[in-house]
Structure formats: structure tokens, C-alpha cells
Write a protein that binds this ligand. Sequence first.
Ligand SMILES: [Zn+2]
Ligand SMILES: [Zn+2]
Ligand SMILES: [Zn+2]
Length: 471
Amino acid sequence: MRRFLNALSQELSSAGLRGYGADGFAGQLPQAQVPQATEPCPRQQPQAGHQDWIGLNDARFAAFNVCPTCYHSLVRPTPYAGAFITKGGAIAPPPNVPVRCDMSRFWVRIAGTVLLTMNQGGRHDITLLARVAGIRAQDGECPNAQLTSARQPLATSQRTWYTIQDPQIGAQPLQGWTVCAACLISIQTCCPAIATSFAPLHPPGPRDSTCAFVPSDAYDDMRSGEMLQQVGGCAVTSGLLGRPDVSQLVSWLRENPPRPRGGLSGSSPAPSGLCPRNSPSTTLRCHTMRRLFNFTVCEQCFADVIQPDLARGVELARKFDMAPNAMPSDFTCQLYSDRMRRVWSEAVSTGDFEHLRQKVGERRAKEREVQMTTARLEQQAAVLRIQARTQEHLAINAMSVEANQASNNILVSGIGGGRRVDAWHVEVPSGVPDFSQTTQLNNQAAMLKLQAAQAEGEARMAQEEWRQYWE
Ligand SMILES: [Zn+2]
Ligand SMILES: [Zn+2]
Ligand SMILES: [Zn+2]
């Protein structure tokens, strides 16, 4: 855990410093002050009979318990040490109840790193640790929580899964990247700025999948650490933008497909990456079909759909190149949606290759059109929002200039006319603040925002039409 937290805190501190300037909270808490465990927690397994548990002096968090070892190495050197007390009375665990040290939990340690490196806005306080420790998802713990080495395959489980979803247009850009409820709630609690960027996987309902994170207390999962660095970066960016933005995580995941885990062989090789769906990928490989080159199928969907057909001896499936290829230009997957999987299975049962060709061709043309329309509208909306913000800033400046002007006028007329200036009865007309420029600029900003919202609305409609009739 040490190397992992070190790398993470380094990344988060530098993201914080970049974002907030050296005078921010991160400046006072350089990376060296993120303490590392000097010895492993002796109470990772629940133990009864200890009277020396340490916790917060707050009855709401009576269930939060830290062992003295973890307290001395991880909490005492930080500015938060004063919030902890040795527990007694009502907040102490009963001596016969086995209790586990909460600082030995993966997400609690991550919460500690968040508190020390990314709390520039002062949004979190020490209760973050106790709140994260108290997270219990209805579906139970993460299926990967019990993994003890990087050689073990990720554990699958049937439940509701969550993925990244654009809060504006509702699109889910990463087929196959799923997170369990327990990990998701932990991420949302630690990084509220991006909490709304996740949603249950479409279509709704429980299904078999696995969690992208390995919140193991037994070993450092490096990929989880890398993903959390991206998550932290997104949280900082979103804080600065004032709206959730996880594009950094999405691009990173597209460019860094999961490495194969473990030495377990025998099954077919794992796909090199997630399905890109309708987001063009330049890094993944795909399978193409002879005489139908624009029917590009990612490795994931090939494994899900085409492999089983090959195993059944389906003639049409043999037209695919068995080896995935890097494409000369970016590609989108044509076989991730329920609609296209239906088209494929119809073609398989009728053997009607021409029908398949026609459907793929129509869909590709529409896909291109929707991509271009959406990109244009989103660009337009982004420009309009920047213009609106500029007008708002100008309005703030204009207001102070106009207010100043007004008070100068009062002063000048007071001196020049030799009259007493009565602040309540200003007779000089030019002493009345004239905020017409401010008003005009504010009106312009409001208009630009309205136009941006319209462009975003049109982009949403294009996406909606795509999902309903074409995807
Ligand atoms: Zn401990
Ligand atoms: Zn999980
Ligand atoms: Zn695919």
C-alpha cells in the first residue's frame, strides 16, 4: 500500500498545486507530510477485547475505530490528529464485540490521502474517514475486495453495475468498464465534484460483470492506483470548472486497456481493451469482415458475439479475420448495441449477407452524421459559455467602475458646489449610479447562456435520436 499511496498522493498534490497555486492548502501540506504506514496494521481482522481503540469524539461516528499502531503512523503526524481521542464510555466498542481497524480499509486510506492532498476547497473534514469507513452497499462488498494478489483474475458477480455517464446527454462512453456500488459510493464520497458522472449501466438490471477497481487490503493493485490518479485529476478539474468533467479518465481508459492478469491460462486470450462503442478509437484493435470492411467489431464484442457463433460453426462468422488488427484510422464498434446484435443474429439465421451489408452501411452513414452534428453543437455551446463568462466578468468590472463613478460625482459636486453632501438626498443627477452598461453586459451574458443551452439541447436530441433509432 505504501508505494501505491505515495504515487497517488504525489499525483494528487501536483494536480492540486497546479490547480490552486502554491499558496493553497496543498502548499502547506507537501507530499512529505502524507504519512505512510511504518508497520502493517495488526488489527486488519476483527478482534475483541481491546480497550485502546481511538476514534472521533462524535457519537455519530461511534462505529469508526482506529488501532493505536495506525493512529501513530498515519494520523498523529497530520493536522487532523487533534480530532481523535482514545475511546471510552458510549463511543467505545463493547469489549466482547470483535472490531476491525478502519484505517486498514482500502477506501479509508484513499480518503485519508484525499483529505491531505486534495482538500484545497476545505470541502472535507475529518469525518470523511468515518463516513467512508461506514459505507455499506446493498449489493455487498466489492467482489474484488478479497483478492490477495495481482495474479488472480477479477471476480465476477451478478448485480447492478455502474459506469461513466455524461450528465448532460446521458451517453455512456465506456462499454465494459463497470464499477460496483461499494466502490462507486466511496469514489463519490471522496470526490463529490464528479459524483453525478456515474450511473447504472444501460440497459438497467442485474448482470454478470466485474469491478474495474480492486479495493484489496492485501496487496497494491497498480491499475486501481492509476485509475484513482485519473479520478483525482478529474475531481480537481471539475472543481475548477464548476461542473463535473471526467473526460481525462475516459481518454485514459481508452488509451490504457487493462493488462492481462495472472498466470491462469487455458481460456481464449482476453480482449486488449474495452469496447469503444461509438467513440472513435485509435489505440484499440478490431476485427473486420471480408467484403464488408466497414463492419468493424472490437475484440470485446468479437469475444461476446462472434466467437460463440464460430464455435457453433456459423458460416457467416468465418468471414471475419480471426486476428484483430490495428486500424489505419480510428474505428467505432458496430456490434455493441442490442440493435446491431439483433441484425447480426438475423443475418446468421437467414444467411442474408446483402441485408447485413445494407444495415451496416446505413448505420455508418448516420453515425458519421450524428458525430459531426454533436461535435459542432458541443463546440458551439462551449464557445458560447466562454463568451457568457467573459461578459459576466466585464459586467462585474463595469459595475465597480460605474459605482465608483457615481461616488466620485457626488464628491466632485460636493467640493465644487461648496454644498454639504447629504448621502440620503443626493440632488446632483450625475451622482445617481448609472448601471446601464452593467445591465447590458448581464443581459448579453444571459442571452449567450440561453443560446449555449439551446445548442446543448440540440446535441442531446441528436444523441437521443441516435440511441432510439440507430444505435
Ligand atoms: Zn490499524
Ligand atoms: Zn468495486
Ligand atoms: Zn464492441
